[in-house]
Design a binder for this molecule. Structure first.
Ligand code: ATP
Ligand code: MG
Length: 368
């Protein structure tokens, strides 16, 4: 899989840009604040209709403009695809695959996938559970359209239930609807748990091997999926998970009514990440944190490859310059076999190391 050409109009600081990429390695270099990360962000957006660093689509539209256009020419499964997205300030964005309008962004992900790694991904290890759930959701929404649909259904039911619990004192009649939304949460939630558990099992094995290689066999990384307490083994069949999640909901029913909050469920899930048996969030050093985060992201890419036969595009933002030579070498060895984009600052020595095409970015323009 690869992106061959990208066309941007009024996206971030790019007013108008067309660029053709190398099938293997693309080094994006330039001074600070010129548009290197913005370019990777555009590629990521085309793959999933989402940017990990933007809170909403409006942020992505150039300050002076009313709308932005992104078009990518993609080669995937030996076929050519044209992905197009239009973002507007005042209305909902529009997405197309080969001129056919898409209902959801998962239709983009079925064609084109990316794995994005940036310095903020250290938060994947350091931050609260929400960061790790975002990682799982982002990976699984690209990989499994059914997961994306289940997660959307779960979120809708969760929002409804939250409103019911909040407003039921003033409008007691709302409580009549609670069983229906609980059932929706159970059905979609069990599916969410099922997919997260299966994915984490594969992720844990590959990330552990990456981390061991990167640390010269000195450290052991373990990743364990944590969900609601009634589910002892999240790898059980879906009907078993559904049953156990139902028991969990029932056990929390009175407490939820008393607190008027949705207390527990897969919206509180976490990944327990440990290095040598100790919680990485609390005890790992800066270098260990970075290695663990990178091991997880590279594992994500490998899982795609194993599941779909296609290697997603790897977007490495400002990452290598922060690594010591040993880890740099590890990354450079591991990233081969698919298309890669790497950003770096003016005087890094990466372009020489990697070959491929080198793009200089200056003030929102690709200059060569
Ligand atoms: P660094 O080396 O510091 O990471 P960078 O080249 O990655 O820099 P980008 O994050 O791509 O820089 O941002 C480039 C510029 O784009 C910034 O100066 C930012 O202010 C600008 N920018 C961000 N959003 C918009 C927008 N919606 N419209 C216009 N410009 C924007
Ligand atoms: Mg940047």
């Amino acid at each position: 899989m690869r992106i061959e050409r990208l066309f941007l109009e009024h996206f971030r600081n790019y007013v108008h840009q067309e660029v053709s990429f190398d099938p293997v390695c693309n080094v994006i270099f330039g001074e600070n604040a010129q548009g290197k990360t913005n370019l990777l962000e555009a590629v990521q957006y085309l793959s999933c209709g989402h940017s990990t660093r933007a809170k909403n689509d409006r942020e992505l539209i150039e300050f002076q403009a009313e709308n932005a256009v992104l078009v990518g020419e993609i080669l995937a499964r030996d076929r050519d695809f044209v992905l197009r997205t239009e973002l507007y300030r005042e209305k909902r964005r529009k997405l197309w695959v080969n001129k056919v309008p898409c209902k959801t962004s998962s239709e983009l992900s079925q064609v084109f996938q990316t794995v994005f790694f940036c310095p903020e991904d250290l938060l994947l290890i350091r931050d609260g559970a929400a960061a790790r759930r975002r990682f799982l959701d982002n990976a699984l929404c690209q990989l499994r359209p059914r997961y994306s649909a289940a997660l959307a259904a779960y979120r809708r039911a969760y929002a409804h239930k939250t409103r019911i619990l909040r407003d039921c004192e003033e409008q007691p009649g709302l409580l009549d609807m609670l069983p229906e939304f609980n059932e929706r949460l159970i059905q979609s939630g069990a599916l969410v748990i099922h997919y997260r558990a299966q994915f984490t099992e594969k992720l844990a094995a590959i990330a552990a091997s990456n981390h061991a290689d990167c640390s010269g066999g000195k450290e052991q990384l373990s990743v364990v999926y944590k969900t609601v307490s009634t589910i002892q083994n999240s790898l059980e069949e879906l009907p078993v998970l559904t049953q156990q999640l139902r028991a969990h909901m029932e056990a929390h029913r009175n407490a939820e009514l008393a607190s008027r909050l949705c207390l527990s469920g897969p919206h509180k899930d976490d990944l327990l990440v440990e290095i040598d048996g100790r919680d990485a969030k609390t005890y790992s050093s800066q270098g260990q944190t970075r290695t663990a985060a990178l091991s997880l992201k590279l594992a994500e890419r490998e899982i795609y490859k194993n599941v779909t036969g296609e290697v997603p595009i790897l977007l490495l933002d400002d990452v290598l310059s922060e690594l010591d030579p040993r880890r740099q070498e590890f990354v450079l060895n591991r990233i081969s076999g698919g298309q890669v984009f790497i950003t770096c600052c003016e005087d890094d020595r990466l372009p020489v190391l990697l070959g491929g095409k080198v793009f200089h970015i200056f003030a929102g323009q690709v200059t060569g």
